[in-house]
Design a protein around this ligand. Sequence first.
Ligand code: FAD
Length: 445
Amino acid sequence: MENSNTTITVIGAGLTGPLVSVYLAQHGFSVDLFERRPDIRNTNIPAGRSINLALSRRGLYALENIGLGDAIKKMVIPMKGRMIHRKDSSLDFQPYGKDESEVIYSISRAELNRVLLSKAEAMETVSIRFNAKCLGADLDRQTVTIEKNGHAEEIEFQFLIGADGAGSSVRESMEKSGMVQFDFEPLGHGYKELAIPQNDSGDFALESNVLHIWPRKSFMLIALPNLDKSFTCTLFLPQSGNPSFESLKEAPDILEWFSVEFPDAIPLIPNLSDDWNANPVGNLGTVRCSPWQANEHSILIGDAAHAIVPFFGQGMNAAFEDCTVLNTLFEKGNNIESACKEFSEYRKSDADAIADMALENYIEMRDKVADPEYLNLRKIEKILESEFSEEFIPRYSMVSFHRIPYSEVQRKGNIQKQIIEAVSRASGDEPIDLTLAKKLIAEKL
Ligand SMILES: Cc1cc2nc3c(=O)[nH]c(=O)nc-3n(C[C@H](O)[C@H](O)[C@H](O)COP(=O)(O)OP(=O)(O)OC[C@H]3O[C@@H](n4cnc5c(N)ncnc54)[C@H](O)[C@@H]3O)c2cc1C
């Protein structure tokens, strides 16, 4: 199929759908993009649904590539590290990178979605239909059923991309037809959003250029800054047991629990009870499916293919990197069929790797960041990074500040962990043994 004679049907105009549509249009395709919700540019966002996100190198790269770099830089707040809030209200700052050029960025999900929609809409060959819900796809007959204004219509497609998120209807159709295998692994923990407004002087109520974490072993609270000088807090907590979203229902219990667990956060969240009652508990889990392709003319992308838990701040970044990978395959001269086939084969191991690392990072964030043993290993990691900067890049940095494939990051990260532990054991309370470190790095990395 010639690109200019081909229309790609994309389901879902969240974060990934508009971005992939722009890339497709740049390669000459026409794109019909269907979104079940109204146009977010004309609507208010319901409270309590992941208001801000951490954007890092992979996501930024994909956005820069479609000319949105400058627009995005005006929309973000750099976060240079974690600010740990201990139970006694003392603070501990842990930088993310080797210097202040290595930061991650807090960005509003809604604003990013708006900018992406406008960029996609400005492409001559992209048309977006809102309030248009995909009810399912017939992959053999190459049709999708779209419901609009209460009417369901069957529409033929030449090529279909499911960018319709973790609960993807396209993936469900692929699974029902026996073409893909799907597994959802629930985390058992959910999340609820709460708000820290500006302080009385109209300023940020907390240090603004960091990601705040209140780690409490089996649960945690985090806060990311917003451009209007508020913070969005997210409480991650088990769904059942004690404490849990099930056990904490009544306002007095919630306030009492917060005053014990997060004493310094209490005065910052004036509407705690109201937010708690108004905002839903979101579910978290990992979507694994294989393959991401059905027949020769449909694929899944973004969360539809590989939703992950949010603890590495990589779900959107990975989804945007999917678009970069597809774009690179087109640039190499692939047609839509071969690009998508290669994409789903090549990218799967990277998606699996970041899914695993995101699960591991929950334990790191909620438990280990306040643990002296962990802090000692991180200290060694920083020393190795500064002494052997060519060979040794900490795993967090490889994920957040580089575009090294996730599967490679996971492989190298495991080896580096062994090196750090071996150096720690050998050095004891003495300064670290750099000769041993050099030898291990040369042998193993
Ligand atoms: C609490 C939380 C915090 C997160 N924090 C981060 C972070 O800091 N950094 C990061 O990189 N990632 C983060 N993520 C992950 C990130 O939100 C997702 O990876 C990202 O939104 C995936 O984009 P997507 O376009 O694939 O899916 P979505 O953003 O879910 O978009 C899917 C779109 O498809 C539409 N749709 C769904 N079904 C249909 C249908 N049947 N017909 C038509 N349209 C349909 C939806 O309305 C939606 O607009 C977080 C996730 C959560 C839950």
